[in-house]
Design a protein around this ligand. Structure first.
Ligand code: ATP
Ligand code: MG
Length: 323
C-alpha cells in the first residue's frame, strides 16, 4: 500500500441502454488500482467486460453506452470529471492504447512516418523536423532496422507483426505512464506474438510504463503480468499477484480457467473448457453470476451476489466459499 497509485478505478459502472427496458451492464461495479511500471492482466471469457473497462478508462465508450457511476483517478485527477478537451490531452500523452488489429487504428492513406510525426507534434508541441528524428529513433527502438525507409511506407506495406510494432511506436511516442493493450497479439501468429509481448515488456522496463494487458491467454499472463484481475459478468471475481493466482486460485471460475489449460505434467492434452456460458449482461441473476456453472454452488449463492473481499493479504475474491 506504500507505493503510490497510478490509476485507481472505483465503483465503475458502464451500461449500454439498449431500449427502454433492456440495459446491458457491461461493467458493473469494478474496483482496482495499477501502480507505476506494473503489468496488470485483465482476463475472462468473451463478453465479461474487459474491453469496455479499458474503453471507460479512455472515456471512449460509444452510444448507447454510458459511464453511469464511479471514479477513475489518474494521479490526483478524476478522469470522469474532465472535459473532452482535457481528456484529449490525456489520451496519447499519459494513457495510450493499442488494439488487436492495428489496421483499424492506423490511417491507410498516410505513411507510418507521417502518423508518428503527427502524434508527436500534436502532443509534444515540438518542431516537425525534431519530431521526424524522434520518430526514426522510435522505429529503431521497436525493431525496424531500416527505420528511414519504413517512415515512407504505408500501413498496407507492412506485415501484421510490423504494423503492431508501428502502433507501439506511436503509442509510446509521448512517453505514456499507462499503456492499455487490448488483445494486442491475438491476430498474429505464435512466434510474432511472443516477439511483440517481449517488445512491450522491454518498453515497460525502459520507460517505467505500466501496462494493462487484456488477454485470454493464461500462458501470457504467467509470463508477463505482475497482477491479475479475473473478470466475470461485468465484475472482478478475483484479483491478486500472478504467483498467488497460479499457486492458490480461489474463485471456482479461476480454477475452471486454470483447469482448462493444457497441463504438460499431468499429461492432459484436451482443453476442458468450463461448461455453460457467461450470462448475458442485460439479464444478470440476483445472486452470484457464476452460480449456474459453479461446481460448489450453495443456496446462499443464488440469493445474493457476494462482495469482492480481501480474504488473504492482497488476494481478493468474490465468493461465499471463503466466508
Ligand atoms: N456496443 C455495444 N452495444 C451493446 N452492448 C454492448 C456493446 N459493447 C459491449 N456490450 C456489452 O458489454 C459486454 C462486455 O463487452 P466487452 O466488449 O467489454 O467484452 P470483452 O470481455 O472485451 O469480450 P471479448 O473477449 O470478446 O473481447 C458484452 O457482453 C455486451 O453485452
Ligand atoms: Mg474485448
Amino acid at each position: 500500500m506504500s507505493q503510490p497509485e497510478l490509476l485507481h478505478v472505483k465503483g465503475l459502472r458502464t451500461y449500454f441502454y439498449l431500449d427502454s427496458k433492456k440495459v446491458a451492464k457491461a461493467v458493473d461495479g469494478v474496483d482496482f488500482t495499477i501502480k507505476p511500471g506494473e503489468t496488470v492482466a485483465l482476463v475472462g471469457e468473451s463478453g465479461s467486460g474487459k474491453s469496455i473497462t479499458s474503453l471507460s478508462i479512455m472515456k471512449l465508450v460509444s452510444k448507447p453506452g454510458k459511464i453511469k457511476e464511479g471514479s477513475i483517478l489518474f494521479g490526483d485527477k478524476d478522469l470522469l470529471n474532465m472535459s473532452e478537451k482535457q481528456m484529449a490531452r490525456i489520451r496519447g500523452n499519459d494513457i495510450a492504447m493499442i488494439f488487436q488489429e492495428p489496421m483499424t487504428a492506423l490511417n491507410p492513406v498516410f505513411t507510418i512516418g507521417e502518423q508518428i510525426v503527427e502524434t508527436i507534434v500534436k502532443h509534444k508541441k515540438i518542431h516537425k523536423k525534431l519530431a521526424y528524428e524522434k520518430a526514426i529513433e522510435l522505429l529503431k527502438i521497436v525493431g525496424f532496422p531500416r527505420a528511414e525507409e519504413t517512415m515512407k511506407e504505408y500501413p498496407h506495406q507492412l506485415s501484421g507483426g510490423m504494423r503492431q510494432r508501428a502502433m507501439i511506436a506511436i503509442a509510446i511516442s509521448c512517453d505514456p505512464k499507462l499503456l492499455i493493450a487490448d488483445e494486442p497479439t491475438t491476430a498474429l501468429d505464435v512466434t510474432i506474438q511472443a516477439q511483440i509481448l517481449d517488445l512491450l515488456n522491454e518498453m515497460k522496463r525502459k520507460f517505467n510504463m505500466a501496462i494493462l494487458l487484456i488477454t485470454h491467454d493464461l500462458g501470457v499472463v504467467a509470463e508477463y503480468a505482475d497482477q491479475v484481475f479475473v473478470m466475470y459478468g461485468g465484475q472482478i471475481v478475483e484479483k491478486t499477484s500472478v504467483e498467488e493466482l497460479f499457486e492458490n486460485p480461489k474463485h471456482p471460475y479461476t480454477t475452471g480457467l486454470l483447469e482448462s489449460l493444457p497441463d504438460i505434467d499431468k499429461d492432459v492434452t484436451r482443453l476442458g473448457a468450463i461448461k455453460g456460458s457467461v450470462p448475458p449482461s442485460y439479464s444478470f441473476p440476483e445472486g452470484c453470476r457464476f452460480y449456474d456453472r459453479c461446481p460448489h454452488a450453495m443456496d446462499t449463492c443464488k440469493e445474493q451476489n457476494p462482495e469482492l473481499i480481501e480474504h488473504e493479504t492482497d488476494h481478493f475474491v468474490r465468493c461465499y466459499l471463503y466466508d
